[in-house]
Design a binder for this molecule. Structure first.
Ligand SMILES: [Fe+2]
Ligand SMILES: [Fe+2]
Length: 151
């Protein structure tokens, strides 16, 4: 593990700790996202993958917003496997639920809002408007596929 990776991991860990104090992000450990992966683990995976993509492509990004937005991108706080009229059409609607929850619990930057609201593109019609939003959108698909097929 390189020193950059160690620093990045500690950066993510610090941001998770900070978010855990002001949000209900720990509750997402109770909800399964794909396969055996919880929403919490999935959000961490997407955050690490997003940072790896940013580093690999050399794109200039707002690291703080990238990390916080990725950590909160699925902050919808329910088990989407249990059918309920409250979250019918989960795939299309959960970015709006996640955004509403995150916006209630945190002061979001424009980039963080973009990441959360548009990470399901192209399922939802509006594409991300920021580099960070595009990176998380791609990272989310890579992690989802990996999680669905990993044992
Ligand atoms: Fe999502
Ligand atoms: Fe996701």
């Amino acid at each position: 593990m390189s020193i950059r990776s160690i620093l990045l991991s500690s950066r993510i860990a610090r941001d998770v700790d900070t978010l855990a104090k002001s949000t209900r992000i720990n509750e997402s450990k109770n909800y399964i996202q794909h396969g055996k992966t919880s929403v919490y683990e999935h959000s961490l995976n997407v955050t690490k993958m997003s940072c790896a993509i940013a580093r690999f492509t050399g794109l200039h990004v707002d690291v703080s917003s990238l990390v916080r937005g990725a950590l909160l991108h699925d902050y919808f706080l329910y088990d989407w496997h249990i059918p309920s009229p409250a979250h019918k059409w989960h795939g299309f609607r959960h970015p709006a639920f996640a955004f509403a929850n995150a916006n209630r619990d945190c002061k979001l930057t424009y980039i963080e809002s973009d990441i959360i609201r548009h990470h399901m593109f192209p399922l939802t019609l509006q594409p991300p408007k920021t580099r960070e939003g595009l990176i998380v959108c791609i990272a989310d698909k890579i992690c989802a596929i990996h999680e669905m097929f990993s044992k």
